[in-house]
Write a new protein. Structure first.
Length: 188
């Protein structure tokens, strides 16, 4: 696997990823990918739950709060999670049938519709996770098909590794939401 030593932060700026951290995540993805489709579905459920739990107590005005003008609000994070889960579901579906995943299957960093309410965003994110569940449910048990698609963070992943990546990515963003909520100026 070719080495990716950098990734982007949530504003699209390059960030160096320590090699030991990168290898730990890759090892985790490979370990999870060795499990059954049912186990991967449970991991997707945990991913969706991590996002939902991070939203407990967040209201409409709080969802629009930005710690700094160039940092994401909770609503921005949800738009990104929605877009990325939908892109990931398309990639998993293609790879599960041993098809090539085209780069245009990946979603943009943030969906353009900034006008959705918090309830609409939560519902859209829930639907996106349903799409991921549907894609993961179609993965055959046993070894993953050989087709891979590149992540900007961890190199080429097969469909099962992408399913496990859903959890890693979701936890990253649930932690991001918690950081926004913990900001000293977060509205009460």
């Amino acid at each position: 696997m070719e080495s990716d030593h950098s990734m982007q932060d949530h504003q699209g700026n390059p960030v160096a990823l320590p090699e030991d951290t990168r290898q730990q995540v890759i090892s985790y993805l490979k370990h999870q990918a060795s499990k059954s489709t049912a186990d991967l579905l449970a991991l997707v459920d945990r991913a969706a739950d991590s996002i939902e739990q991070s939203l407990v107590g967040v209201g409409e005005s709080q969802a629009r709060f930005r710690p700094l003008p160039d940092e994401w609000s909770v609503a921005d994070v949800l738009r990104h999670v929605d877009a990325s889960m939908r892109g990931t579901s398309r990639i998993i579906k293609a790879l599960a049938t041993d098809e090539e995943a085209h780069p245009d299957m990946a979603a943009p960093l943030v969906l353009g519709d900034a006008g959705k309410t918090l309830v609409e965003l939560r519902n859209s994110v829930a639907e996106a996770y349903d799409e991921v569940r549907e894609a993961v449910a179609a993965i055959p048990d046993g070894p993953a098909p050989e087709a891979t698609a590149r992540t900007p963070f961890f190199g080429d992943l097969n469909c099962k590794e992408w399913a496990a990546f859903v959890y890693v990515h979701s936890r990253d963003h649930s932690n991001q939401i918690e950081q926004v909520k913990a900001h000293t100026s977060f509205p009460s």
